[in-house]
Design a protein around this ligand. Structure first.
Ligand SMILES: Nc1nc2c(ncn2[C@@H]2O[C@H](COP(=O)(O)OP(=O)(O)OP(=O)(O)O)[C@@H](O)[C@H]2O)c(=O)[nH]1
Ligand SMILES: [Mg+2]
Length: 300
């Protein structure tokens, strides 16, 4: 039986906001990657592990591929495109539409250069009529050589098991890379920072979310198990700082409360979260700041 186990790496790529992180979370059955309705939510590669009796799938969630407007954007696109060379199966997620724009064509070009099996995943089918799905498949089917085309709804968990079945078909036989209890190798510090960023993204409007980063300054466990976390939300302008803090500190408090609840659930212990806000002008174009905030091109 051991000899038949399959294992390998699978990347989820696509334009921003198509539902890559949502799909990965539902495939592994746990929320590890943050999600929001704002494009460019994911900034780094997020690795998670799914194990069942057939073997092990290591998923790589990636930033949305887009036309970069600053160094952070270039970093994000590079992180995503780099995974294409490292995996056994590629999942290309798209919106349920017959419109194939320059963004999708750019991704198709990249995919046509690799020999790795590509599965086209048409996501968000809960938002369209059933009979429309065939028109989306027809629009996409010749743009690349697809191993499979699967319409899904990540959010409503439609056809999620089909995605895993198809992936296992294309994975090589081999031993597991991680023990079967592992869900992710993301450090807790990083997950906590991401959860704070997610709450900020969800509670802030317009251009502010794109310009924020979250740094964990300190994370310490007390003898009674309570964890103290000090974190800083970095933004690009004084005016943004004011909005993030809000009237009488109300907005920052809301972000903190919401993040603390989720971090507590994940860590299964009490958390004392203190948040600060600071301004670092144009950090998204600074090599030094990007490195300090966890976006170092040398790590790709
Ligand atoms: N209706 C519907 N919405 C979905 C579905 N999957 C994801 N979404 C929503 O689409 C938005 C984007 O989801 P994400 O998972 O953050 O998208 P992403 O592709 O990871 O985005 P980036 O990280 O910015 O590249 C969120 O508001 C999700 O709730 C789906 O199957 N149906
Ligand atoms: Mg994402």
């Amino acid at each position: 039986m051991q000899d038949n186990l399959k294992s390998g790496f699978v990347t989820l790529i696509g334009r921003p906001n198509v539902g890559k992180s949502t799909l990965m979370n539902h495939l592994i059955g746990q929320k590890i990657a943050i999600t929001s309705d704002k494009p460019q939510t994911t900034r780094n590669r997020i690795q998670t592990v799914y194990t069942d009796e057939r073997g092990q799938i290591i998923f790589l969630d990636t930033p949305g591929i887009h036309k970069a407007k600053n160094k952070l954007g270039e970093y994000m696109v590079s992180v995503a495109e780099h995974t294409l060379k490292e995996v056994d199966v590629i999942l290309w997620l798209v919106e349920p539409s017959t419109f194939i724009g320059a963004g999708e064509r750019h991704i198709a070009e990249q995919l046509n250069k690799v020999k790795t099996p590509v599965m086209l995943v048409i996501n968000k089918i809960d938002t369209v009529k059933r009979e429309e799905i065939l028109t989306f498949i027809a629009a996409y089917k010749d743009i690349c050589k697809f191993a499979e085309i699967i319409p899904v709804s990540a959010l409503k968990e439609i056809n999620i098991e089909d995605v895993k079945d198809c992936i296992f078909k294309y994975l090589p036989c081999g031993p597991q890379f991680y023990d079967e209890d592992t869900v992710t190798d993301q450090p807790m510090r990083q997950i906590a920072a991401e959860l704070i960023r997610e709450k900020a993204l969800r509670m802030l409007d317009d251009e502010i979310p794109h310009g924020i980063a979250v740094v964990i300054d300190q994370m310490k466990e007390r003898p009674n198990g309570l964890i103290d976390i000090d974190a800083t939300i970095v933004c690009e302008r004084e005016s943004h700082k004011g909005i993030i803090i809000g009237k009488n500190g109300g907005k920052l408090k809301k972000i903190g409360t919401s993040a603390r609840t989720e971090i507590q659930n994940l860590m299964d212990t009490q958390v004392n979260l203190k948040l600060w806000v600071k301004v670092r002008k144009e950090w998204r174009d600074s090599d030094l700041y990007m490195k300090n905030y966890g976006y170092n091109p040398k790590d790709i």
